[in-house]
Design a protein around this ligand. Sequence first.
Ligand SMILES: [Zn+2]
Length: 479
Amino acid sequence: MLAILIIILFLLLLLAIAFIRALILPKKTSFYEGSKDEERSLDYALKLQKMIQVETVSSRDNNDPTKFRKLHKVMEELFPTVFSTCEKHDIDGSLLVRWPGKDHNKQPIVLISHLDVVPAEGEWLYPPFSGTIVDGKIYGRGSFDVKCGVFSFYQAVEELIKEGYKPDCDIYLGSSCTEEIGGDGAPKIVKWFDDHNIRPFMVCDEGGTITEDPMPGVKGNFAAVGIFEKGYGDIKIIAKGNGGHSSSPGKNSPIARLGKFINEIETKSPFKVEFTPAVEGMLQNLAPYCDNLLLKTVFHNLWLFKPVLKKVMPAISPIGAAMLQTTICFTMQKGSDATNVIPQEAYVTANMRYIPFQGKDESLAIVRNIAAKYDLEVEEITCSDPTSSLDLNGPQFAMTKKAIEKIFPNVCVLPYVVTGGTDSRFYDGHVDACVRFEPVNVSKQQLGNMHGINENLNIDTLPLAVEYYKEIIRLQEGR
Ligand SMILES: [Zn+2]
C-alpha cells in the first residue's frame, strides 16, 4: 500500500515538474512576412508565368523530351546571363547547369527541382497553363510544384553573376523531367556526377515548405525542412482457391481470407512505433509555439510523455501515425469476373511507406507472416528503402537553418518527415547530404491544391525564395 502511494506521489511530482517547466517556457510566435517590393514580386511572377505557359506534363508512356526542350529555350531567354556563363548539359530533356566556382576541387552543391508537372484535369478558375496573375497570386500547374523552385534558383544565380559574384565551389542546377512519374531523369543526372567522380556536398530539393498551422493547437508559419524520405512499396497479396459455383460455397474463399487479413492489419497496426530524431526535433521545437498549455507541457517534456505519445499519436491522427511508423494502405482489388462465381484467384494491392528503423525487408517480413496465417502469397511490385537521414548536428542542416533564420527571421525551423517521394532520393548515397526544403510560403489551402485544381502561389513569396538560394550559395564560402 505504501509502495503504491510512493509511486503515485512520485508520478505527481514528475507531472508537477513537467507542468512548471512548460509554464516558465516563454511563449514564442512564428510568422512569415512576404516581400513588400511589389514591383519585384510582379517582375518575378511574369518570368514564372512564362515557364508555366510551357506545358510540361510528364508521361510514363511517352516522355517526349521536345516539350522540356521548349522550356529550356524559354529559360535561356529568361536567364541569359546564366546560360552565357555556365556549362549546359541536356540529359535527355533533363537540364544540368554548372556554374564554375573559384575552387573546382571543393565539393560542389546541387540545387534541384523538377521541370515536369502532373496533368491538369478538372475545371480551373483560370486555364492551368496560363500562369494568370490575380490578387497577388499566380495560378497554374507547376506554380507551386515546382517551377517556382526552378525559377528561384535560376534567378538567384542570374542576379549573383550580374553582381560579379564568384562562388567558392561549383554550383550545379539540376532539373529532371521525370520526377512526377518516378522516371530516370534524376538517376541519369546522378550518373553524370558519378561518371565525373564528383560527390556533391549537399543537394537542396523540394520536400517541406513554409507551412501554416502545422497541427491543431499550434498557429503560425513554420519552415518544415525534410530530413528523410520514407521508403515506398507497392505490393500484391494473392489468395488462391478451387473456385466453383457460389450456390454452394465452402468456408474461407479467397476473398474471405483476404478480408480477414486486411481486418487483422487494420485493427491493430503490426508495425513498430518509434520517435525518429526528426519527429522528436519537430515536437520539441513546436513547444514554445503551442497555444494550449497541455500540448505545450507534453511537447516540452518528451522525456516524460514519449511513451504516452507513442500510443496516442497514431491513434488520433493518420499524419501522426505516418510520422512514427511504417504504414500500409489497401488500394485495389480483384475477384472473379462474375457475381455468381467464386474466384480461383483474388488479390488486393497495398501501398506501403517504410520508416527508417523498420525498412522494406523487415516491414515486408511482417506482412508476409500475417499473410501466411491466411494462406496468402505476397508479391513485390516495386519497393524501395527509406533514404538516409539528414544529420541534425551536421553542417548541411546548420547551413539551411542559418539561411532560413536570415531570410525569414520570424519563422521557426522544424525538422520534418517527407512522406511523399522526391527526386533527391536518387542522390542518396551519392552526395554527403540531402536537404528537402522549398523556400516558399504556402497556406493550407495552397498545399491542398498542389496536385489538384487551381494550384497557385502568392507572388510576394518569390523575392524571398530567390534571396534564400543566394544565401545558401554565399554560405559555401565559410565551409
Ligand atoms: Zn514536385
